[in-house]
Design a protein around this ligand. Structure first.
Ligand SMILES: Nc1nc2c(ncn2[C@@H]2O[C@H](COP(=O)(O)OP(=O)(O)OP(=O)(O)O)[C@@H](O)[C@H]2O)c(=O)[nH]1
Ligand SMILES: [Mg+2]
Length: 273
C-alpha cells in the first residue's frame, strides 16, 4: 500500500501522521506502526514526544519525504496480522505555489499516479472562513483529477477535514457539513464513474487533545492496508485468479468501509478541468 498525504501548505499533514503513529505506541492500542528506517523512526518518536510533552508541532516540510512502515496487530482470533506500507508526506508548498520545472513537483505527480490511498486534507479553518474562495483549492483538485485518476489503478481517497479543533473554537457555520459535501461533490461524481475509485466518507482530525477523532481515519487506512495485503497474498497463491475487483471483493470492501453510511451531497462547486 502506498499512502500519499496530500494537501496545501500548513493544513496539518505531518502533524496528523506523527499523531496517528504515536497513538499506536500508547498502552491499550491493538496495533502498532513502526518505521523501517531507524533514523526516521527516531525522528518520528522525537516529534511525537515534542507534540505530546511540549505541544510543539513538527516543522513545515522542506522536501517530499517517504518511508516504509510496518503495521502489526493482533486480530480478533488472536492471530498476528502484519503488512508493510509506504507513506509519502509532501511540502504543501508544491501545490500552493506550483513551479512546473520543480523536480519535487514532478515527483509529487508520479506519487499521485502510484498511490493506492490519497489522504486528502481539507483545512477546516480555511474552508469555513468567511473569505474562503474555492480557487485556493483549485490546483490541489486539478492535480488529483489529472494524476490520481490513473486508468486501471484501484485508489482509495480519504477526505480528512483537518485542524477541526481550530475551526470549532472560532465557531463553525451551521452549514459546515453541506460545505464539505459541496467541495467533495465532484469527487463523488468521479468515483461514481470509475469503479476503481473508492471514495471514503470524510473523517476529522482535530488536534492533539482529540486523538480519538484521528483514530477513525487511521483505522480505515490500516483496514485497507490489511485488505490489500490479503488480496496480494491471495493473488500470489492463485496466479490464475482474476486480478480485477470481483463482486466478492467489492462486497468485502463495502462491508469494511461503508457500512451503509452514504451521506447527502451539496451543490457542485469545483469543476473537473
Ligand atoms: N489546533 C491545531 N493545530 C494544528 C493541527 N495540526 C496542525 N496544526 C498547526 O498547523 C501547523 C501546520 O501543521 P503541519 O502538520 O506542519 O502542516 P503540513 O500540512 O504538514 O504543512 P507543510 O509541511 O508545510 O505542507 C502546525 O505548526 C500547527 O501550528 C491540529 O490538529 N490542531
Ligand atoms: Mg508537513
Amino acid at each position: 500500500m502506498k499512502i500519499l498525504l496530500y494537501g496545501n501548505k500548513g493544513v496539518g499533514k505531518t502533524t496528523f501522521w506523527v499523531s496517528v503513529c504515536g497513538m499506536t505506541w500508547q498502552a491499550g492500542g491493538r496495533g502498532r506502526v513502526r518505521c523501517l528506517n531507524p533514523q526516521a523512526q527516531q525522528r518520528l518518536t522525537a516529534a511525537w514526544e515534542a507534540l505530546t510533552n511540549r505541544m510543539s508541532y513538527p516543522p513545515s516540510n522542506e522536501k517530499l519525504t517517504e518511508e516504509f512502515y510496518e503495521f502489526c496487530q493482533t486480530g480478533d482470533n488472536g492471530e498476528r496480522q502484519t503488512f508493510i506500507f509506504q507513506c509519502t508526506d509532501i511540502p504543501g508548498e508544491l501545490i500552493s505555489r506550483p513551479d512546473d520545472r520543480d523536480p519535487e513537483l514532478i515527483r509529487l505527480k508520479i506519487r499521485l499516479r502510484q498511490a493506492n490511498v490519497i489522504v486528502l486534507f481539507l483545512d477546516a479553518p480555511s474552508i469555513f472562513a468567511e473569505d474562503f474562495c474555492e480557487e485556493q483549492m483549485y490546483d490541489m483538485f486539478a492535480y488529483l483529477y489529472q494524476y490520481g485518476d490513473a486508468e486501471g489503478k484501484q485508489l482509495m481517497i480519504l477526505p480528512l477535514v483537518s485542524r477541526f479543533d481550530l475551526a470549532a473554537a472560532a465557531g463553525l457555520p451551521c452549514s459546515w457539513k453541506e460545505q464539505i459535501d459541496a467541495l467533495l461533490w465532484p469527487l463523488e461524481k468521479m468515483a461514481e464513474g470509475n469503479p476503481n475509485i473508492i471514495l471514503e466518507p470524510r473523517c476529522i482530525s482535530a488536534g492533539i487533545a482529540n486523538y480519538d477523532r484521528q483514530q477513525e481515519a487511521f483505522e480505515r487506512l490500516m483496514a485497507y492496508g490489511l485488505f490489500l495485503s490479503e488480496e496480494e497474498r491471495r493473488k500470489k497463491k492463485d496466479k490464475k485468479a482474476d486480478t480485477g475487483r470481483s463482486v466478492g471483493q467489492r462486497t468485502l470492501l463495502d462491508r469494511l468501509f461503508h457500512s451503509g453510511r452514504k451521506e447527502n451531497t451539496g451543490g457542485r462547486t469545483i469543476q473537473k478541468p
